[in-house]
Design a protein around this ligand. Sequence first.
Ligand code: PBG
Length: 353
Amino acid sequence: MTIYTLEPTTPTILKTQPLRPLVLRPRRLRLSGGLRRLVRETTLAPDDFIYPLFVRTGNGIRNPIGSMPGQFQLSVDQLAGEAEAIANLGIPAVILFGIPATKDSCGSDNFNENGIVPQAIRAIKEAAPELIVISDMCFCEYTSHGHCGIINLPGEDHYDPHLPEGYLLNDPTLELLGRASTVHAEAGADIIAPSGMIDGMIDAIRSALDAGGFQHVSVMSYAAKYASGFYGPFRDAAESPPSFGDRSQYQMDPANRREALKEVAIDVAEGADMLMVKPAMPYLDILADMRRDFNLPLAAYQVSGEYAMIHAAAANGWLDLQRCALESLIGIKRAGADMIITYFAKDAARWLR
Ligand code: PBG
């Protein structure tokens, strides 16, 4: 007969030493709902959620996004009602993605004070001033080529013959990121969230915000953002697929774990206020590493593909939507996230009532 005892100094490690059989019955604490609630280690609440919104030009528009059931592209006039509904559900924050009327090689809509996102920020802040507005700071939705910054091409501004053609020009992009961030801050954004994985982006944005009088505006870094296939549905939603190549020269290789801690250390040194991992479910080890090694508030982005696959399976009758959505969210929280950007935010807030 094998019987077990606990090692006193490391109580979770079981050692094979003789003890009365079966005194250790973990099932005792699972006997009833009340006991399970008492010993629950992780909880979910609407406070944990950030809801993504896709905003486009036009009027009276509420376009369903086919690959993301229940999600819509909204025109600016729709945002007041939407912002109030989100705030009433107890969700503290939204993150904005813009689909501009016109795109160009440098994504100028992103730093135009009447661009789509600045308009959206003003509309939301007017309707629900307490709702925190996070501006996703990247150029891919605004550039004609769909890349996250300025591209090295003959004949274009900043062309550098020493660098490869098609290369994302890092430092000229930094300047535009700084400029766009001050425009979004001026419109009322509470948090700027750079998502382009451009080297030096946190420092460039922090410096531009401070120089512009926006020392009170926070920066949430997409510190470890991976080149992921799970962004597939988002590219429909934001109409921003790259017209050539992919994003592997700036987003991280899914195979790398240690490199995430290097990225994070740099962003912390540059002055990030909050950190993010993206996607969430396939990267829970990264989340747990970051939670262990850094003290800043930590967000996880449950991306479009994570949402779409749960919905697709549920639509086939293969998974229970509510149960699996909530389980995915508690898993992300348990791995170390303080907050979760999720398309399930509104549904989950209702389910948790
Ligand atoms: C880039 C950006 C992307 C997402 C958020 N910001 C797409 C990408 O990097 O290719 C993806 C979000 C999602 O899939 O839900 N600005």
